[in-house]
Design a protein around this ligand. Structure first.
Ligand SMILES: [Zn+2]
Length: 280
């Protein structure tokens, strides 16, 4: 088992944050097994690594049996067993317990790229600067990289972007009243709670709210990346206009029941549906 590129601990592959250069500079080989880096009951890496990569300290609690060759194991639901293809099959065929936010992340007639963004945010998987810094301390010298490029007032992180940031919260305040969320603060937990209790209802206004929240999250991340990579700056009003336009465009093509209530809702978005949808 590769010491650098396999999953054998809770941190994930060490190669995610140790550069090949760092590994070889410490006189390790890139194809070293775990048994090579844990020897005589201690980690063999340079002491300096513990300062450079403090996450490694978390491995101190791992009790590996010294001087045994690596073995391939399979971890399933906290239980660790010998690796066998049947064990793997049994664990992957069980479906993961459904998380309670699935219904407002992946839903019928969602915008897939927005849904994917929602999923990344719910999992805390966006590559924000606070994440990168955990791995790469050399970047700490570069303060610009750490700063939120939307407001220049705080660090770039999930909780900041959604929506503690002055820029993001302004955008949210401009769009929320279009979907009956006027009282929902620009805080991710509040927005998620609002969606969570309503997501399973098939009501059109909830559908529109789910589309709008995802479009907002997506557009904030887009703007952040546009500033980071393309040096393109748009004010909150422009971003909120894009969000509303996206929602409206989606609603024009969405298949919704043709009821008075839906027609009224579409009217609020200046959409008039032909009567062809009501089946005659
Ligand atoms: Zn900000």
């Amino acid at each position: 088992m590769s010491a650098w590129f396999d999953y054998w601990n809770d941190l994930g592959p060490l190669g995610d944050f140790l550069l090949p250069r760092t590994i070889t500079d410490a006189d390790f080989r890139l194809d070293d097994p775990v048994a090579k880096i844990f020897y005589n009951g201690v980690w063999n890496w340079p002491v300096a690594w513990r300062d450079l990569f403090p996450v490694l300290i978390q491995l101190d609690h791992l009790h590996l049996e010294p001087s045994k060759p690596d073995r391939l194991l399979w971890k399933d639901d906290g239980e660790i067993n010998e690796f066998s293809s049947s064990a793997v099959w049994h664990s992957v065929r069980h479906r993961e317990p459904e998380v309670d936010w699935c219904s407002f992340v992946w839903f019928a007639q969602c915008i897939p790229r927005h849904a994917f963004m929602m999923w990344l945010i719910m999992k805390g998987k966006l590559l924000t600067q606070d994440k990168i810094l955990q791995w790469d301390l050399s970047r700490r010298k570069n303060m610009n990289m750490m700063c939120c490029l939307l407001c220049y007032e705080n660090f770039d992180s999930h909780s900041h972007l959604f929506f503690k940031c002055k820029f993001s919260s302004q955008v949210w305040l401009m769009v929320r009243n279009r979907v009956g969320m006027s009282f929902v603060c620009p805080r991710w937990v509040d927005i998620v709670d609002w969606l969570r209790v309503r997501a399973r209802s098939k009501k059109a206004h909830v559908y529109v709210a789910m589309i709008l929240v995802a479009a907002t999250a997506y557009s904030i991340w887009q703007e952040r990346n546009a500033r980071l990579f393309e040096n393109q700056l748009r004010p909150p009003k422009t971003v909120s206009d894009i969000i509303l336009k996206t929602v409206r465009y989606k609603l024009m093509g969405a298949k919704l029941k043709n009821t008075d209530r839906v027609r009224k809702l579409l009217g609020e978005w200046e959409i008039t549906k032909e009567s062809e949808n009501d089946g005659g």
